[in-house]
Design a protein around this ligand. Sequence first.
Ligand code: URP
Ligand code: ZN
Ligand code: ZN
Length: 454
Amino acid sequence: MDLLIKNGTVVTEKEMFKADVAVKDGKIAMIGSDLSDIVADKVVDATGKLVLPGAIDAHTHLAFPFGGTTSSDDYFAGTRAAACGGTTTVFDYTNQDFGETLLETAKRREAQAMKEGLAVDLGLHIGIKDPKPELLESMKEAVDYGVSSFKVFMVYDFGVKDGVFYKVLETAKKYGALVAVHAENNEMVLTLTEKYVSEGKLSPWYHYASRPEFVEEEADRRAIDWARALKAPLYIVHLANEGGVRAVTEAKDEGLEIYAETCPQYLYFTDEVFKRPDGRNFVCSPPMKGQASQDALWAAIKRGDIDTVATDHCPFQQAEKDWGKDDFRKIPNGCAGIENMYPYMLSNANQGIISFPKAVELCSFNPAKIFGCTDKGSLAIGKDADIVIYDPQKKFTVHNENMHSDSDHTIWEGLELTGYPVQTYSRGRLVYDNGEFVGDSKWGKFIKCASRKH
Ligand code: URP
Ligand code: ZN
Ligand code: ZN
């Protein structure tokens, strides 16, 4: 064997049990209550520690051209930070260029990622901007290539109208792909923005005020309506409002194949952050909502109506966030979080708010299952040896200096956690060790995802 992790408590999406884990050729080869007879090149004693599958961050924006600039983590910086937070697979959203087939988009960004470097494995989702029939039809070749999830934005200047959204859902259903949606009502955002601007109300609070709860809920319900009409599966990204949670619960109860993702920022912060002197740093879309929405998200997690937690990692440097200090419209939307998701969710498990298997289900097992990532998402024989060793006693305070992203600030500054990852293995290779990135930029692979027809 190449690696033997002994005496730890293994956590799967279902249960926790004391076991040793043996790794060979990047795969989990054996899991057993006593593998002390096994000879391995490297033996790690995990006494008192948890042994978990690496997280899969199903929603990032690396090197993302957006808001008049480009997000500040390229593929290497973003995946390096991921590794240091126990995330071993990153699914990045990349947008199609006008006139480009979806296969061309996938290959263009795969090439960029390979050039910039990958510390852990990468999958892609493609945001649809140009819905010309022949380009939409190119979804088939992208799916055959291993990109099986596509996104529509209902907002932003590149967002699509309902008819296009409907056609994307229809095409995706035909080719066994999954559509993800950013749901906010664009007309309402524009109307409310105009109103506040005309009243001279330009502070970061008005970013939230122009995208309040009902703006998101209406779009969630409309998106679900189109999915219902077509009997097509749908994945709602970064769900952040109480009414939208209700809509998802109703849809699931009705038997629709609707998946919901939320993000740590909606589980930890509320709209109060926009009143802070550094409120601009928290500007993202959808914005953090009121306490009732946060409570509804946690309740939905506990009920099983939220399927995944992902970060929407899209950091911008302080100077770029400052563009909108006195005018919320100029703030590039997005925040850092790729290194914080798993430690934050696991610390909730450590406090008994959710169970450790639930954290694994949300952050690893479900994203793998939903996005056709067949080699990952669980500690099971034959799966990739993407493993995190977590010390439930370790105290850790988040400071931007101890993060591994290229972002020059973090909204998680000062967060105190009990319990933290101490080692991360990507396909059996140590990439993070007690505060230090020990991997390299040539390690991560582009992963191909199965379509829903397999
Ligand atoms: O504010 C955000 N979320 N920025 C990234 C783009 C998106 O909408 O997901
Ligand atoms: Zn979005
Ligand atoms: Zn996003």
